[in-house]
Design a protein around this ligand. Structure first.
Ligand code: GLY
Length: 307
């Protein structure tokens, strides 16, 4: 498979009745591993596009795509997520749909394989939007999710990255990664989802942008759907996902909206990251200020991918 380097911003017109766009996180993936990351994104986009083609909803599609990325140990989400300062996994995830603005999220959650599926259950339950740590685990168990041995979520690569950070041989903090998806379906519904292990060597209880509606994830059928990746603290301060959606509501293309907010994140807070977005008319776009952000788009009219 040939994978193309992507300019730091790019766009397209989905065409057709449905489309899903996924990212595998902004960062600096070494050259020799970039094709693997793109392939992971393509697999996730394809499985979600198949679901859309069979009449599934955009909400089902973004959950399905993000679950596939959570299950792929290459990415900083689900299995293979970055470890906190105690060597434990604490997941953050959220999901939103744009017709009725229902949303759900979980943060600082340990011991579950697919946090985005629990976020979806929070959305469906509807009483609250975000559950944290022990409360999120209790909610998940009450909804029939099975907890897993935390060790099964930890990869050798994640352990090695923590060792490098804690021994001072490499950077601590944001290590790239995070996964996300945005989609629209044949009924016109827009949806977005994001999932991460957060920053490498983070303090216990640190929560990033990914589970926060408006920072890491946003969807409104009248504007578009957005998922962000990058320095979570900066994304929270600037409310990047909602800001991108508001630019699209005002008529900006997804690529323009993403580019403006990634530039603002860099210029105001000297932080890096990436954004994927789909608007209300079916255009898609992305921007990043990092060296790489693997991505793939799949829909009725075919597929495209890059990094
Ligand atoms: N953007 C992911 C995080 O900072 O947790």
């Amino acid at each position: 498979m040939v994978t193309e380097a992507t300019p730091i911003h790019t766009q397209g017109a989905a065409g057709g009745r449905y489309c899903v766009l996924v990212h595998g996180g902004a960062g600096n993936v070494p050259l020799e591993r970039r094709a693997l990351h793109v392939e992971g994104c393509l697999r996730a986009a394809r499985v979600a596009a198949e679901l859309l083609g069979a009449g599934g909803s955009a909400l089902d599609a973004v959950e399905r795509a993000v679950r596939a990325l959570e299950d792929d140990p290459l990415f900083n989400a689900g299995t293979g997520a970055s470890l906190n300062e105690e060597g434990r996994v604490e997941h953050d995830a959220s999901i939103m749909e744009g017709r009725t603005l229902r949303a759900g999220g979980v943060c600082a959650l340990s011991g579950f394989r697919n946090p985005v599926a629990i976020a979806r259950a929070v959305l469906e339950d509807g009483r609250h939007v975000l559950y944290a740590a022990g409360g999120a685990a209790r909610f998940a168990l009450a909804r029939g999710f099975t907890s897993v041995d935390e060790a099964s979520l930890v990869t050798e690569a994640a352990r090695a990255a923590l060792h490098v950070a804690q021994s001072g041989q490499g950077p601590t903090g944001w290590a790239g990664g995070t996964v996300g998806a945005v989609a629209f379906d044949a009924t016109g519904l827009r949806a977005a989802a994001t999932s991460t292990g957060g920053t490498l060597n983070k303090r216990v209880g640190r929560v990033g942008d990914s589970p926060l509606i408006g920072a890491g994830t946003y969807a409104d059928d009248e504007a578009g759907a957005v998922s962000t990746t990058g320095h979570g603290e900066a994304m929270i301060r600037l409310g990047v996902a909602r800001a991108v959606a508001e630019h699209m509501r005002a008529g900006a293309s997804p690529e323009e909206a993403a580019r403006v907010e990634i530039a603002r994140t860099r210029d105001r807070l000297q932080a890096t990251g990436g954004v994927i977005a789909l608007d209300a008319t079916g255009r898609w776009g992305l921007a990043r200020s990092t060296d790489t952000m693997s991505w793939a788009v799949a829909g009725e009219r075919g597929e495209l991918s890059g990094y």
